[in-house]
Design a protein around this ligand. Structure first.
Ligand SMILES: C[S@@+](CC[C@H](N)C(=O)[O-])C[C@H]1O[C@@H](n2cnc3c(N)ncnc32)[C@H](O)[C@@H]1O
Length: 288
């Protein structure tokens, strides 16, 4: 079925997508499928487009299938990443973790990106820090294959080491051969299990394993803080993305597993806690 820009907006808003999002999504769909440019689309909102794949794409979106998977790519930290159903869609919320890592990781070492997904964190850091190498750990082969493709796309694959392992079981041993690490960066699954079902419709299409952080949402953080810190060099930071209500829980975990380290919480422009940093892990070893 052919559509005009205006008709796509009407369909999307009728399906519950807020109007400002629907306008941008309609532009992105038309650009991707009809190869028209947005200026031409906006100049004639009622022009009809009958491009191959457009109708199927609109129908999938009306079923709240994520736009990012329909397009097959998404922007993050100024780069375009390939995405598919095997990965969490990179979120703008995560960019603050990347900024912190770029600023904080010491010179010239190997850092670990635990739970790498599309590889968006490791690859964005590598693009801005040519002195670093990343070991990108991920549970699923298909997800890691996508991250590897993204590393190739962004020409950092010579400094990107994909590592398929389970963070909760074999991950520590698999990572040990790259120690000492100059940092750990991670955006692990952190939604409490009971809350996963109540998420927005689009999230049903994202991998459940990318969201479910166990009963209290803290299982991955706790495993990293309890089992992975001895892989770090003395000046290496641990940098976590956290949920809006995760700051206190993170401080408590820090006190339990790293009683000598200081935990700093970094907030976004809306003052929401987004990143927890353990910046002086030398204290873990009683050095500082
Ligand atoms: C919240 S997503 C983050 C993805 C990516 N780092 C980002 O910020 O977009 C968490 C990732 O952890 C992976 N994962 C889930 N359980 C895991 C496990 N036990 N070991 C390693 N990775 C795991 C998921 O497959 C998913 O790719």
């Amino acid at each position: 079925m052919p559509y005009s820009y205006q008709q796509i907006i009407s369909c999307l808003t009728a399906s519950g997508i807020p109007a400002p999002d629907a306008r941008e999504e309609a532009l992105l769909l038309l650009e991707a499928f009809s190869h028209a440019n947005r200026v031409d689309i906006l100049c004639d909102r009622h022009r009809i487009y009958d491009a191959p794949g457009l109708d199927a794409a609109v129908q999938r979106r009306l079923a709240r299938y994520p736009l990012q998977y329909i397009l097959g790519e998404w922007a993050f930290f100024g780069l375009t990443f390939k995405v598919n159903e095997h990965c969490l869609i990179p979120r703008p919320d995560t960019e603050i973790l990347v900024e912190t890592a770029i600023r904080t990781l010491p010179q010239g070492g190997v850092f670990a990106d635990l739970c790498t997904g599309s590889g968006c964190i490791a690859i964005s850091v590598l693009k801005h820090r040519p002195d670093l190498t990343a070991v990108a750990l991920e549970l699923f082969d298909e997800t890691l294959a996508l991250a590897t493709q993204n590393a190739e796309l962004h020409r950092v694959s010579d400094r990107f080491i994909p590592l398929c392992a389970d963070l909760l079981t074999s991950g520590r041993e698999a990572l040990a051969s790259y120690a000492p690490l100059c940092g750990i960066v991670s955006n692990p699954p952190y939604i409490p299990k009971a809350d996963v079902e109540a998420l927005a419709p689009e999230l049903f299409f994202e991998p459940r394993a990318a969201l479910d952080g166990g009963a209290d949402g803290m299982i991955f953080y706790e495993k990293i803080l309890s089992d992975y810190t001895d892989l770090l060099s003395p000046d290496a930071p641990i940098l976590f993305e956290i949920s809006y209500d995760g700051a206190e829980k993170m401080r408590e975990l820090g006190k339990k597993h790293l009683p000598h380290a200081s935990c700093e919480i970094i907030r976004d422009l809306g003052q929401n806690p987004r990143v927890a940093t353990f910046l002086h892990p030398a204290a873990f070893f009683g050095i500082s």
